[in-house]
Design a protein around this ligand. Sequence first.
Ligand SMILES: Cc1cc2nc3c(=O)[nH]c(=O)nc-3n(C[C@H](O)[C@H](O)[C@H](O)COP(=O)(O)O)c2cc1C
Length: 316
Amino acid sequence: MKLKNIDISYPFLILAPLSNFSDNGMRILSKKYGADITYTGMISIYNIIKNNRIDFKILNEERPIAIQIFGKDEELFEKATLILNNFADIIDINFSCPSNKILNSESGGFLLKDVETIKRIIDRVIKVSNVPVSVKIRSGFKKGDNSFEKIGEICEEFGVSYLTIHPRSVTDKFYGDVDINLTKNLKSRTKIPIIHSGEVKNHLDAKRVFKETNCDGIMIGRKAIGNPWIFSEIKNYLLTGKLPLKVSLDKKIETVKEHFNILVNLYGEQYAIKQMKIHIPHYLKGYPGINKLNKLLNGVKSIKELLNLLTNFRFL
Ligand SMILES: Cc1cc2nc3c(=O)[nH]c(=O)nc-3n(C[C@H](O)[C@H](O)[C@H](O)COP(=O)(O)O)c2cc1C
């Protein structure tokens, strides 16, 4: 299956949208290690319109990139889309976010209560977009609502390029198991590509989800944080049967530095340090020095201090 210049072929893997975490470093490294598409975290359509642009850079090494948007008002979705046409390879609409702030603004997952508004938003975005448009949903607002069935039909009717489901309800937030039968159900009733998002933690989960749901692709979220190798591990396993090898500490530290350098070069020291403070604990978790490192990381103020900390990590 071809999506403009993007081939959706097995095993199709996507770096999930992850607010706060998804920066150029995370996206470039995920791509380098096998992700087929990367995502930004969700961005407010109001900010895009206010600035008349996006407020971050995009490098070729992180493309194809889906820019994910959220909001409430279909007219403003249309305006934001016209701006994003200049930046995005894919425009993804968020109807899934369960955070209270977003629900209070009647956007994200809140809209799963109101399929008619979803329809109007999709219609307006598709009409003016000159890149593929995708949609990300949960199964419904409350457990058992199953608005995904109706939304699947709408996406098909309006020409959405692919639909991602995180098969929990909005009120489930991140608790309880994902129900992969809902992904399977959506796939069986919908002609457009279906992507599964949720609790794929390793190569074995990926194999099971592809097999049991027949989905066209899988998004990896939390397990890709500090772990860009997960994409190549899954791909190698599914394509050749090769089991993942342990990533060495040296390789991890080298990758942390690579991530850091990307951000320093793009935005300078302060932003890069702020971001690495949230990524490094994930890259290096499980090692004996991690608790000490986390404490010391708090006080880091310069590139030199951060690099020294990494060099000395094994002696902490
Ligand atoms: C820190 C964090 C930030 C997230 N940000 C977004 C977001 O901006 N947009 C979105 O659609 N989903 C977001 N999600 C949900 C993920 O994309 C994904 O659907 C969910 O975490 C389930 O997948 P996983 O089990 O692979 O993490 C976020 C999740 C986490 C943990």
